[in-house]
Write a protein that binds this ligand. Structure first.
Ligand SMILES: *[C@@H]1O[C@H](CO)[C@@H](O)[C@H](O)[C@H]1NC(C)=O
Ligand SMILES: *[C@@H]1O[C@H](CO)[C@@H](O)[C@H](O)[C@H]1NC(C)=O
Ligand SMILES: *[C@@H]1O[C@H](CO)[C@@H](O)[C@H](O)[C@H]1NC(C)=O
Ligand SMILES: *[C@@H]1O[C@H](CO)[C@@H](O)[C@H](O)[C@H]1NC(C)=O
Length: 767
């Protein structure tokens, strides 16, 4: 009796492990529908027929489902329908800056133990290199497909995060491309193009499906008792249309993204996931999204249970679906949608619409085409993950993003042959996980700053603080090694314990006693001191800016798995730094005076509110948007620019008889009106380097317009003493327009001032 029960237990164990491996838990086979090799009958279903149009396949599938089955396709853990050969599909995977383990759809295993971990997005954005954004997206989607093929990842990735970095305290600012609508738009469309690669042959075939989030005006997590689940963002029509919406619009229209995610917060009293104007009218109607709208996890539960936006859960379900939501991250819709239909709050046709958008996306991913190994991307596998080329791109991205903020003569680059000893100090000097920020995956490997620097010169090391909180700095040993070394590199800053999801900052200064550590070490140092700030948000480091012993300052964001190698490349001059700040660095005073909850972008002189971002902020900065030095000097010369731009208006236009300050954008006379700006840019230095040319414009002061906004940027590589002509085509309607108080775009008449480096050029726009 006893013996046979032992055997039974062993046998059950055997069955259990056989079951696990057949399910791909150990990473073997991908999840897909229409496996006609195994079940030939499935080939009779229209939805399994790749030669039919997408809409026909989707209709065929929807027609075959019961109401309960349909409801199962409204949530991220989508239901299985075995009679139709459809397995359960997990929609939630993430790939913010590399394939991530955040989200239940993706896992690492002994088959794929890690993926390339690129710099956190805020640093990649600092490269201002649009082809880099796309190249990173391509590598990430290659690794994602490779992991899907071995059953370790999904096909739908809820990245990128393209919210405007409105306030320096935001814990998730690190995930975003910064504060500027144009840079964020270029990042969004570029990264999404790389991920989806819809440009490769058939635009209806997706490599993976990306998702732009969190729509919209979401940029507060938890600050002094206000959290994202309860926050009502009060946003003017003007700010919505010229600051918060443009990245999403560009993501959908230019990037052709397959999904948009609505946020937790309310905008002007309505939860974004229950607002038909924001979802159905704008995303689906005006922007013509080809894909699905998904909620944050779990926004519907949040607006019902935390915001009490509806009286019953059925009303909440109906409100979300009626507003245009297609997929619920969470389980709220699987619990309450059927009752909503029974109560007459929702028609089944609305559910059909929603799941059709979800199915159409899966069709475009090849999910209903049978065995993926026979399809495009089917040959990708573990050998395509963490390749030397992919890891080199992670290092390259970090190098291109790193920003040199201060460099007194005779400091950087350090000569790797002249430096016989380098003191490396600080709580972030030898960190690994800190470098990859949040929404991370397991990286291929790490190179810490200490390891990167030690590869070139002999080093000594003292952390100086036991962690970034740095309650008590350990000054003695740190000062000693600095006093003996030829040069000192201090790596300080933040990590996810300081700024993170659900964690906004109060303080903009270096945490704890880090400032004391830096000052004391600098005073004790023998050689030049290089201060390296590793952080997502900007820091008030005025103390270091003004300290003559701190000769150089670098900001390295969270630089990814190869961050230490990239830092060493810059410090020793193997790479000429070219990153520029994608956000304003404010003084502590800003955080003391300005409530994070005030969404207004524009200053208000009556209350002393200073406004936000370089476009509007009127106060002092520590460092400004676009700041960043090089080891070379670059010179700009204006070659071509207009002095006058005339907008032809039809006879009888009201502005002929009456003095107008601006004209409506839809006037077709101005649609194709464009002019060229030509600049000659020269590398005056002795080493090669890349340089970002910014074209800013100050419009006439009508409609409370920005004091300056970025019209174009272009990054050029120039060898020593070389020059190049940089050409910008400026569209009068698109680029010179401003958003008026009611949210419509208008071209301001009068004097516009262009800024290009230190060059200034004015021209008049008249009718
Ligand atoms: C932009 O990035 C790409 C890599 O994606 C790189 O090859 C190129 O040199 C960069 N451009 C400039 C001007 O630095
Ligand atoms: C359901 O459809 C009917 C017929 O088209 C329509 O009259 C009704 O308003 C719809 N109900 C809801 C809740 O949308
Ligand atoms: C630096 O970090 C690496 C990786 O965590 C570790 O292996 C190494 O021991 C550390 N070096 C020192 C000197 O602490
Ligand atoms: C700098 O160090 C010297 C000793 O070398 C000391 O006398 C002085 O007080 C220090 N200054 C600061 C600001 O710590």
């Amino acid at each position: 009796m006893a013996k046979s029960s032992v055997f039974l237990v062993l046998f059950l164990h055997f069955l259990f492990f056989a079951y696990l491996s057949s399910k791909g838990v150990l990473g073997q086979s991908p999840v897909f529908a229409c496996d006609v090799d195994k079940t030939p009958d499935l080939g009779d279903f229209g939805f399994c027929n790749p030669s039919l149009e997408i809409a026909a396949r989707v209709n065929d599938l929807v027609k075959r489902l019961t109401l309960q089955e349909k409801i199962g396709f409204l949530v991220n853990k989508a239901g299985a329908v075995s009679r139709l050969g459809i397995p359960s599909y997990e929609w939630w995977s993430e790939a913010l800056h590399g394939v991530s383990y955040v989200g239940p759809g993706t896992h690492f295993s002994n088959v794929v133990p890690g993926a390339t971990s690129f710099p956190q997005v805020i640093l990649t954005a600092a490269s201002f290199n649009t082809s880099l954004f796309e190249d990173i997206g391509k590598v990430v989607s290659t690794e994602a497909r490779a992991m899907y093929n071995v059953g370790l990842a999904g096909l739908t990735f809820w990245s990128p995060n393209i919210n405007i970095f409105r306030d320096p305290r935001w814990g998730r600012g690190q995930e975003t491309p910064g504060e500027d609508p144009l840079l964020s738009s270029k990042y969004a469309s570029g990264y999404v193009r790389g991920l989806q690669q819809t440009d490769k042959g058939d635009p209806n075939q997706l490599k993976v499906a990306a998702c732009c989030k969190h729509y919209t005006a979401y940029d507060l997590d938890a600050w002094k008792g206000t959290d994202r689940f309860h926050f009502n963002a009060v946003v003017t029509k003007q700010d919505l249309d010229d600051t918060f919406q443009p990245p999403f619009k560009s993501c959908v229209i230019d990037g052709n993204v397959a999904s948009v995610m609505c946020s937790y917060n309310q905008v002007n009293g309505k939860p974004t996931c229950a607002d038909p104007d924001l979802l159905a009218v704008v995303i689906r109607g005006e922007w013509q999204l080809n894909g699905y709208i998904v909620s944050d996890c779990d926004s519907i539960d949040v607006f019902y249970n935390s915001q009490h936006y509806t009286k019953t859960p059925e009303e909440a379900a109906a409100a979300a679906i009626s507003a245009g939501l297609d997929l619920n991250c969470g389980s709220f819709l699987s619990q309450h949608t059927e009752a909503a239909v029974k109560a007459g709050l929702l028609n089944e046709s609305a559910i059909d619409n929603a799941i059709s958008n979800n199915f159409a996306t899966l069709v475009r991913l090849g999910f209903f085409d049978g065995d993926p190994s026979k399809l495009q991307y089917g040959k990708l596998g573990p050998n395509d993950v963490c390749t030397p080329e992919n890891q080199e791109l992670a290092r390259e991205a970090a190098r291109q993003g790193i920003v040199l903020l201060k460099n007194s003569a005779g400091s950087l680059p350090l000569s790797p042959t002249a430096i016989k000893s380098l003191a490396v100090i600080g709580p972030n000097a030898n960190v690994t996980k800190t470098m990859i920020g949040n929404y991370e995956g397991t990286p291929c490997k790490y190179t810490t700053p200490l390891q990167g620097l030690t590869a070139s010169v002999p080093t000594t090391y003292q952390p100086g603080c036991s962690n970034v909180a740095c309650a008590t700095a350990q000054l003695g040993d740190a000062k000693d090694i600095s006093a003996q070394a030829d040069a000192t590199v201090l790596v300080v800053g933040a990590d996810q314990s300081i700024e993170a999801e659900s964690r906004d900052r109060i303080n903009l200064q270096l945490p704890g006693q880090q400032e004391l550590l830096v000052t004391e070490v600098a005073n004790a140092s023998k050689g030049p001191v290089i201060l390296v700030i590793m952080s997502g948000g900007g820091m008030d480091i005025s103390f270091a800016k003004d300290n003559d012993k701190i000769m150089s300052i670098l900001w390295v964001g969270y630089p990814g798995e190869a961050g230490g190698a990239a830092l060493a490349d810059v410090i020793f001059g193997y790479f000429n730094p070219s990153g520029r700040l994608p956000m304003t660095w404010y003084p502590q005073d800003f955080a003391d005076k300005v409530p994070m909850t005030n969404m207004n972008m524009r200053p208000d002189p009556t209350t002393g509110y200073p406004g936000r971002t370089y476009r509007f902020y009127t106060g002092e900065t520590i460092y400004a948007f676009g700041d960043g030095l090089s080891y070379s000097k670059f010179d700009h010369r204006l070659v071509q620019a207009p002095d006058l731009v005339s907008i032809p208006l039809e006879e009888g236009h009201i502005c002929h008889s009456q003095k107008c300050k601006s004209i409506e954008l839809f006037e077709n006379s101005c649609q194709d009106l464009a002019f060229d700006i030509h600049l000659r840019v020269k590398n005056m230095g002795r080493i090669s380097g890349s340089h970002t040319v910014f074209l800013f414009s100050t419009p006439p002061s009508v409609h409370n317009s920005p004091k300056k906004h970025l019209l174009r940027f272009e990054k050029v590589f120039l060898t020593a003493q070389k020059e190049e002509l940089v050409k910008f085509k400026v569209n009068v309607c698109k680029d010179l327009s401003v958003v008026d108080e009611l949210g419509s775009r208008k071209v301001a008449l009068g004097s516009h001032v262009l800024h290009m480096g230190s060059l200034i050029h004015s021209f008049n726009v008249k009718i």
